[in-house]
Design a protein around this ligand. Sequence first.
Ligand code: PGA
Length: 259
Amino acid sequence: MTVKPLIVGNWKMNHDYVEALHLTQQIGVVLKNKSREHVDIAVAPPFVDIRSVGSIIESERIPISLSAQHVSMFESGAHTGEVSVNMLKRLGVKSVIVGHSERRTMYGQTDEVVAATLQAATRGGLEVIFCCGENLEVRDSNDHLSFVSGQIDRAFSGFDKKNFSMVTVAYEPIWAIGTGRTADTEQVAEMMAHVRSELTGRSMPDTRVLYGGSVTADNAAELATTGHAGGFLVGGASLKVESFMAIVEAVDDCYARNR
Ligand code: PGA
């Protein structure tokens, strides 16, 4: 347990900019009362909230970083509805989620687009949180390990090695996202080891590997210790200060103890 775990709140399409400001301020208050130095924290608000959330993080010096939920693989031009790497960078965004299963399944994001976006983002100076994970059919047919290997293969073919340090991987089994059905500790431990060995084989041994899928304060500590998750991508539980900071606290405590 040497690398600091990362906990990312993926707000998805929730919270308008007023609600987003309020939640960010609340997170700031909690962290002011008790700093959490054993974890890195990020929030990924909707695009329209990013500027307000970024301003409050800066003005109140809240020790969290700003992430985006999506970015275009193109630099600029005729791409209605899209947002570029440079636009996000100008707003102080540090990282972006790429290949989330909701974008893959609901918005037709292909492996090719995922790979091109990973390259465009890192080339432009944005860190990436690359998501992978199988659906229930693949899990039930016991093909989850090779499925995830394939996703990693396709995502990083052609990726510039010098940008490996800008990559975090999040394993998010689709059947566990928003369902309340978390992968159990053995399933997480198995996949963490598998993804890490895939990454080591690609000369990315220090990459952080997160787990995502119905993470709560009740399962976070065990998933971090016995499950060996290097942090979490949190959806539903990141929308309220109490549930999000309870996860942060649980992970921070267990890393503090294991130092
Ligand atoms: P969940 O979402 O925590 O609500 O399951 C996780 C995610 O989709 O990143």
